[in-house]
Design a protein around this ligand. Structure first.
Ligand code: GLN
Length: 533
């Protein structure tokens, strides 16, 4: 069988959930026994989102092989339970970088280098790249941005060319649009969808399937109308109605027969989808027996900035049959005198990852409150670093102890730059990135939680625990309980005397999925439930 391709474009507005629709279709095809992957092509000029402020673009998601990628790749992994890689996220910046380097090498043999064909050829090459691995039956390609944006044009043009180059039965295009409801008129409106499809058609791409995002059911008449005006088969206009959980969207797409439309186009017959584990997760999600409040102490007041952490709590909550209310607390608003007031209703405190100085003292106050009051504490990356700083200052009496990230001159540099980071001045893609092994110390919390002695988790940081201070910390009660087996870098710290106090240098949230919730999150939620009791 040839590799099959699905291209997903979006129109009318951004944030309609192209990533979730792509992931849902992928889930349905996977549940029917096909090997599926999803890739995202982003129209911005940044080489990757690593240098983007989370306020601009939400969280930066990190893959096993250390790529800093768009947060949609997190959805792909969570839905499919299959790792993505560097090749799954391509940006305009990457495309131009390759083409310009080739031009400097003289690879174009004196030709004028142009958007068509050189940029579009490079886009097409990358769109086909994952098929070369032979690992996939179906490759879904999500085109970021909105049709009609200047930046998206070369990507749409590449899809247009591929529609002709690939055998017709190997290529499906799906266009996701919005059908808004005008409450004054009490009517759903299809005109924006018509215009968006017209734009796509002007660019030479005829969608095979139109998915309409809507807050109200689309009537058969309305579907027919869209089909008529947009030149698609009547059964090929389907709705994506708002769901209370993104994890229910695959079922909604199954009701709408999106998978069947795609398989029919490909000429494939597959067994019925086996979604039993997925449905078990959804059942637990919908039937919590208790609830807990977890404080998420961070500095980005934007849902998407901590996407993977929030999702990991959804998975861990369902696993524990417990609803986890994640209460965002801005670290700039918290200090030693108001911490008790702000955190008194919290059953657990998570201090978030991050970069730079803003809000750090607040994070330290939150750690202190959790440590002194026996509230379950979970620190991730910068959150772990701040629990080390807090312990140094308030337990070891090292006044002004800090991370050299914010105070290079501190007398007690308990967190400092890693050796291999000292010579780099470049910002993009230069951190310690991707999966590294960690060896867990026998008898401590982390080892009990993971139930094994060697684990692997993903990293994204420049600074680390300064092991010159390790024996002082251990004498006072904070232990290093996980270390990199090769470099001996400290990856986990714990306070065994505390009911649940753990800080990890890595990002466990990236690997949590509904079907395989991350063990640290599961244990943390359990500890919070205990605390509440
Ligand atoms: N800023 C810290 C570092 O670079 C922590 C990074 C993070 O939380 N991801 O080490």
């Amino acid at each position: 069988m040839n590799t099959k391709y699905v291209f997903v474009t979006g129109g009318v507005a951004s944030s309609l959930g192209k990533g979730i629709i792509s992931a849902s279709l992928a889930k349905l095809l996977q549940a029917r026994g096909l090997k599926v992957t999803i890739q995202k092509f982003d129209p911005y000029i940044n080489i990757d989102p690593g240098t983007l402020n989370p306020y601009e673009h939400g969280e930066c998601y990190v893959t096993e092989d250390g790529a800093e990628t768009d947060l949609d790749l997190g959805h792909y992994e969570r839905f499919l339970g299959v790792y993505t890689s560097k090749a799954n996220n391509v940006t305009t910046g990457k495309i131009y970088n390759t083409v310009i380097s080739k031009e400097r090498e003289g690879a174009y043999l004196g030709k004028t280098v142009q958007i068509v064909p050189h940029i579009t050829d490079e886009i097409k090459r990358r769109m086909m790249l994952l098929s070369k691995t032979g690992d996939y039956d179906v490759i879904i390609t999500e085109i970021g941005g909105t049709v009609g944006d200047m930046e998206s044009e070369p990507f749409v043009e590449a899809v247009r060319q591929l529609q002709w180059e690939l055998p017709e039965e190997d290529c499906v295009t799906i266009h996701l649009t919005l059908v808004p409801y005008l409450s004054a008129a009490k009517e759903l409106k299809t005109k924006p969808t018509q215009h968006s499809v017209q734009k796509l058609q002007q660019d030479g791409v005829q969608p095979d399937i139109i998915v309409c995002r809507t807050e109200h059911e689309l009537s058969p008449e309305l579907r027919k109308k869209v089909a008529l005006f947009c030149n698609v088969k009547p059964g090929h206009v389907i709705q994506s109605i708002d769901a209370d959980s993104i994890y229910k969207v695959p079922l909604k797409m199954q009701e709408e027969k999106l998978d069947i439309l795609v398989l029919n186009h490909f000429g494939l017959t597959c067994p019925e989808p086996d979604l039993s584990r997925w449905n078990e997760f959804l059942y637990r999600l919908d039937h919590p027996k208790t609830s807990v409040n977890i404080a998420l102490v961070g500095k980005y007041n934007l849902q998407d900035a901590y996407k993977s952490i929030r999702e990991a709590f959804v998975h861990a909550g369902a696993e524990n049959e417990c609803r986890v209310n994640v209460v965002y607390i801005h670290s700039e608003n918290i200090n030693d005198s108001n911490a008790a007031e702000l955190l008194k209703d919290m059953d657990g405190v998570l201090v978030a990852p991050g970069f730079g100085e803003r809000g750090l003292e607040g994070k330290i106050s939150a750690v202190r409150y959790a440590r002194e009051n026996g509230v379950p504490f979970f620190g991730i990356c910068l959150g772990m670093q701040m629990c080390v700083v807090e312990f140094a200052r308030n337990v070891l009496g090292m006044k002004g102890a800090h991370s050299t990230e914010v105070n290079p001159g501190t007398e007690y540099p308990v967190i400092n730059l890693m050796e291999d980071q000292k010579s780099t001045t470049s910002k993009g893609g230069t951190m310690r990135l991707g999966a590294y092994k960690c060896e867990l110390r026998k008898g401590f919390l982390a080892e009990k939680i993971y139930g094994k002695s060697i684990i692997s988790e993903r990293h994204r940081h420049r600074y680390e625990f300064n092991s010159d201070y390790l024996s002082a910390f251990e004498q006072a009660g904070m232990f290093s309980t996980g270390r990199n087996p090769d470099t001996k870098l400290v990856e986990i710290v714990e306070i065994p005397e505390h009911p649940f106090f753990i800080g990890v240098q890595f990002h466990p949230e990236y690997k949590s999925t509904p079907e395989n919730p991350q063990p640290l999150f599961v244990a943390f939620v359990k500890a919070a439930m205990q605390r509440k009791k």
